[in-house]
Design a protein around this ligand. Structure first.
Ligand SMILES: Cc1cc2nc3c(=O)[nH]c(=O)nc-3n(C[C@H](O)[C@H](O)[C@H](O)COP(=O)(O)OP(=O)(O)OC[C@H]3O[C@@H](n4cnc5c(N)ncnc54)[C@H](O)[C@@H]3O)c2cc1C
Length: 296
């Protein structure tokens, strides 16, 4: 029946080793349950039909936030609200704090995990743009081996990831750079002000030296099959003087980096228009945070 969970074998997993063993045994027939905020909906509407659910919500091994000096390591089962409230993340990667505090409601954030948000591979995932800006990495582990890939390579399409069926996302590594953390912004445009998926979101971080852009990172969600970096905008600005006109010109270039579609939340045409506006506004907001008082 629609909106009821079909019969499925359920195993409550108690540690990482057990999860890896079960994943290698069941392969594609198993589904991980982390916070369940996406998976339960998927089961109810029949978007997936696993034979067995491996409930990892009680596993503590992958629930941590560690400052490693030049990067923060976040265990995949860390709750989104734990990241939002983390003083380490706020000090070293405040863009992530800002973006994740826009994910759903407090109740959703207290259940949802960072790993689940990435593995669900929604083009609208709020964790993706800030992690793309940070050039974060994903640690994927199976019973046989561990490999590390860029977050950019993890999400390969709507609800598709580079994970093999025997692999778990175990950790997200978030490199930080003090200068980049000073000038950042996340702007999320939804159909209403709160608790909603984005129509378009933009994450930005900039590094300015002698009034010139030294480093520019721009990433968007909901404008392509996967969250994307706006490399045309970035490469236009690097080396340029910090001027409002340059920012305006750069934001037009975002059209080269995106491929929006029309869906229930917005038309492709609207998304193209607001992408330009949001990239401009996010860059200006980031520059102002760094002390820029330029025109406009
Ligand atoms: C009311 C509501 C509002 C929401 N609003 C937003 C929003 O504004 N922004 C937003 O981005 N999202 C939103 N979401 C979506 C959702 O909350 C997030 O995507 C959440 O982060 C998913 O995490 P989870 O732990 O609940 O994942 P789960 O539902 O447990 O899992 C999601 C998928 O990832 C897989 N998975 C989970 N963890 C791992 C792992 N470690 N390794 C391998 N595979 C794994 C699961 O098998 C499943 O396929 C909303 C959801 C609801 C219900």
């Amino acid at each position: 029946m629609f909106y009821s969970i079909p019969e499925v074998e359920y195993i409550r997993v108690s540690n990482l080793d057990e999860a890896l063993q079960l994943l290698s045994q069941y392969g594609p027939e198993a589904k991980i349950l982390a916070g369940g905020t996406d998976l339960l909906v998927d089961l109810k509407v029949g978007r997936c039909r696993p034979k067995v659910i491996l409930d990892m919500s009680g596993v503590k091994d992958l629930r941590y936030i560690i400052d490693d000096g030049d990067k923060i390591r976040i265990g995949a089962l860390t709750k989104v609200q734990e990241v939002v409230e983390s003083p380490v993340v706020k000090a070293k990667a405040p863009l992530l704090t800002e973006a994740l505090s826009e994910l759903g409601s407090w109740q959703v954030r207290c259940m949802a995990t960072v790993g689940g948000n990435l593995c669900n591979a929604s083009p609208a995932a709020d964790s993706a743009p800030p992690l793309l800006v940070h050039e974060a990495k994903a640690k994927l582990t199976s019973k046989q081996k561990t490999r590390t890939i860029k977050i950019e390579e993890l999400i390969t399409g709507p609800r598709k990831t580079a994970l093999q069926s025997s692999e778990l996302l175990c950790e997200v590594e978030v490199p930080y750079d003090e200068e980049l953390t000073r000038a950042y912004s996340y702007i999320k445009l939804g159909r209403r002000n709160a608790f909603t998926l984005s129509v378009v979101s933009v994450a930005v971080a900039v590094k300015v030296v002698n009034e010139r852009f030294k480093d520019v990172r721009v990433a968007l969600n909901s404008v392509a099959p996967t969250p994307v970096r706006a490399r045309s905008v970035e490469s236009f600005l690097v080396g340029n003087a910090v001027r409002r006109e340059r920012v305006e010109e750069a934001s037009e270039l975002v059209l080269k980096d995106i491929m929006p579609i029309s869906d229930v939340r917005a038309s492709a045409e609207y998304r193209r228009h607001v992408s330009k506006v949001l990239v401009r506004d996010a860059l200006i907001r980031a520059l102002r945070r760094s002390g820029w008082v330029g025109g406009g």
